[in-house]
Ligand binder design. Structure first.
Ligand SMILES: NC(=O)c1ccc[n+]([C@@H]2O[C@H](COP(=O)([O-])OP(=O)(O)OC[C@H]3O[C@@H](n4cnc5c(N)ncnc54)[C@H](OP(=O)(O)O)[C@@H]3O)[C@@H](O)[C@H]2O)c1
Length: 439
């Protein structure tokens, strides 16, 4: 973009939503206006803002004539060049994005739930109207992982992506592992510190991370993954007993999103608490931080680490999209967006996904139990890589912990069902995937 020979052009922005992220976009566009003008050759100017409540105290100086309660005013305004959707949710936000695209206005959004659930329809509409959708802020807050996949790694087949992409869950699991807090106490602490929402369900159920995984997978493999084809398990059932045994075995428990294509091009997408080797760099991603490990067939492994949410990191990504959108509008540069293609095109059935497993049983403290469980596993072709049975525990029952070799999920489910039915097994088995993270 040449700026020296041209006077800066003003690009007018309609900002829908002035909450946590929207306010950050407004503040930081002003804070770094000079830098952005030099780098983009544009003046990025917020021209109108849609909110729900005009009288809300926001702690920032906003001229009242900029505000409206109807986002349609922004879409209909012929002076607005780009629409930013930061209202959240999947109903009005969907209507807003559709209306903006039909009005031929490029859209910038950070709404992962919207893209994960309705991305296919929205990108089709974007293509029909020849206007792009930008969504850097939708995955991993301030980490520029979307542009990296779209541009930096354009020449690579993506072999796999492993991500810690929900800061709330990572904060809770880190506090459980490092300080020994219970799940409930760690969640309450995250809420007090503002990491977790008053209603944290979307986070702790694993669905927020799954939405982001769907976006990363769709972008990497050129077709929209349907939410029902994704395996999702939250962190609600992770307990300190499993944390302690994982540590003894050299692992830590993380909410990990795993995306990968097999040799036939079938794509698996799943999010679940998993044992990660303590020696692996992902095990050391602590607190509210995010990390995304990408493995491309040419580039090999690359790791991206940073703040996955919050006003400033997320607005940094929205501003990057605005600069990109302004460049595309004014200088007619290319934007790749989401490019569908048929090189992959199919999701792997969840039941066929394969991994190592950790299983903790509570069994009668008597001879022969280990052999009975080993037989049930062996009959299903599941190899045991190690077993531990802690000593010196009181009572008539004892924990028995197995580390198992690769097994498809459906075979594991059958094995767990058979093991649960043994008369020497006293409690519902606790079992988790183990990600070796080896290339
Ligand atoms: N927070 C993060 O760290 C983060 C990170 C990545 C992505 N995101 C995504 O960014 C989006 C915004 O998140 P946020 O945390 O900024 O949300 P938020 O704090 O709840 O703010 C939402 C804003 O939208 C406005 N709004 C809601 N419905 C509206 C409507 N129908 N018409 C006009 N305005 C409406 C609200 O107006 P009032 O202020 O008047 O109530 C508020 O200003 C979400 O999609 C979220 O998933 C957030």
């Amino acid at each position: 973009m040449s700026t020296a020979l041209q006077a800066p052009r003003t690009v007018r922005i309609g900002l829908a939503g002035l909450g946590n992220v929207g306010a950050g976009v407004f503040i930081n566009l002003q804070k770094n206006a000079g830098l952005l003008k030099e780098r983009t050759g544009c003046i990025l100017q917020v021209t109108k803002i849609a909110v729900r409540d005009l009288n809300k105290s926001r702690g920032i100086d906003i001229p009242s004539h900029l505000l409206t309660t109807d986002w349609r005013d922004l879409v209909a305004d012929p002076n607005i060049d780009i629409m930013v959707e930061l209202i959240g949710g999947t109903t009005e936000a969907f209507d807003l994005v559709c209306a903006a695209l039909k009005a031929k206005k490029p859209v910038v959004t950070g709404n992962k739930a919207l893209l994960a659930e309705r991305g296919q329809e929205l990108f089709k509409l974007a293509e029909e109207n020849h206007v792009p959708i930008y969504f850097e802020a939708a995955v991993a807050g301030g980490i520029p992982i979307i542009q990296t996949l779209q541009e930096g790694f354009i020449g690579n087949h993506i072999r796999s992506i492993h991500g810690i992409i929900n800061g709330t869950c990572n904060y809770i699991l880190t506090r459980m592992a490092k300080v020994g807090l219970s799940y409930e106490t760690a969640l309450a602490e995250a809420q007090q510190l503002g990491f977790a929402e008053a209603d944290p369900d979307l986070d702790v159920s694993g669905w927020d991370a799954a939405h982001k995984a769907i976006i990363l997978a769709s972008l990497s493999y050129g077709f929209w993954i349907k939410p029902e084809q994704v395996f999702v398990e939250g962190i609600e059932r992770v307990n300190l007993t499993d944390m302690r045994f994982a540590k003894m075995l050299g692992y830590t428990i993380k909410l990990l999103s795993v995306i990968r294509a097999d040799e036939k091009g079938l794509v698996e997408v799943r999010t679940q608490p998993s044992l990660v080797p303590q020696s692996h760099i992902l095990a050391n991603v602590s607190g509210a931080f995010n990390a995304v490990l990408v493995n491309g067939d040419i580039v090999g492994e690359s790791l991206f680490y940073g703040k996955g949410a919050g006003q400033d990191p997320t607005s940094s990504s929205v501003i990057s999209d605005l600069a990109d959108a302004a460049g595309t509008l004014i200088f007619n540069s290319r934007h790749s967006g989401f490019v569908p293609h048929g090189l992959y095109g199919k999701s792997k059935p969840v039941e066929d996904t394969v991994s190592h497993y950790y299983v903790r049983l509570t069994v009668d403290d008597q001879p022969g139990v280990l052999a009975r469980v080993a037989t049930l596993l062996g009959n299903r072709g599941i190899g045991i890589s190690s077993v531990i049975q802690p000593e010196d525990l009181e009572g008539n029952t004892t924990p028995l912990i197995f580390m198992l070799d690769d097994a498809p999920l459906k075979v594991m489910r059958e094995a767990i069902q058979a093991i649960s039915a043994l008369d020497c097994v006293r409690e519902e088995p606790s079992w988790l995937r183990v990600e070796t993270l080896e290339e």
